[in-house]
Design a protein around this ligand. Sequence first.
Ligand SMILES: CC(C)(COP(=O)(O)OP(=O)(O)OC[C@H]1O[C@@H](n2cnc3c(N)ncnc32)[C@H](O)[C@@H]1OP(=O)(O)O)[C@@H](O)C(=O)NCCC(=O)NCCS
Length: 169
Amino acid sequence: MKEKWREPMAMVRIRRGSAADAAFVREVAEQVFGELGDYGRILPTWLVHDGVLTHLAEEEGVAVGYTMLGFYSAGPTRPNEYVADLLAIAVAPRAQGRGVGKQLLDHAIGQAALARRRMPVAELRLSVAEPNGRARRLFEQFGFQFVDGEHGRYDGGQRALHMARPVKP
Ligand SMILES: CC(C)(COP(=O)(O)OP(=O)(O)OC[C@H]1O[C@@H](n2cnc3c(N)ncnc32)[C@H](O)[C@@H]1OP(=O)(O)O)[C@@H](O)C(=O)NCCC(=O)NCCS
């Protein structure tokens, strides 16, 4: 059988995002999340939110993707715990399929583990649209498991699935 041709693995540098990255964040959100809702408008507001940690992946100085990580209380039943929420992970369409998403996800998991040194972060959560098999496979590869229950729908009508994995020190 002919071996599947693969693009070479991307060499990326991951750095903190800032307000200066708003145009890139908006453009990629419109491209990759457009079917889910108005994320081209929403994500730039999260970029400048104090409670959201944004990281940009760059290849030779050019932005190719980003993650947004939020932290909040685990809720009334777990008053002394926090959860980290991967609010967004996105790779520009031209840079997809070359390992950027994996490197960004690995980095976000590392950030949640770092945060655990300062506060009791029990788990890392995320939401993914049911039809997004590609992202679901990626998250499963990194140890995320589906959380039971109904979690609503995106504005585009897609069912939202929740996934979570423990945060290890
Ligand atoms: C999901 C996403 C972040 C993955 O980033 P990426 O850089 O394309 O992914 P990678 O190259 O690191 O590949 C990671 C895994 O994704 C899957 N994948 C990558 N390219 C794929 C393709 N062309 N077809 C199917 N699966 C693919 C594979 O499971 C791959 O693992 P493998 O290399 O062991 O087979 C990216 O595709 C994206 O931004 N998608 C749109 C936004 C989105 O869906 N975000 C997640 C929901 S919030």
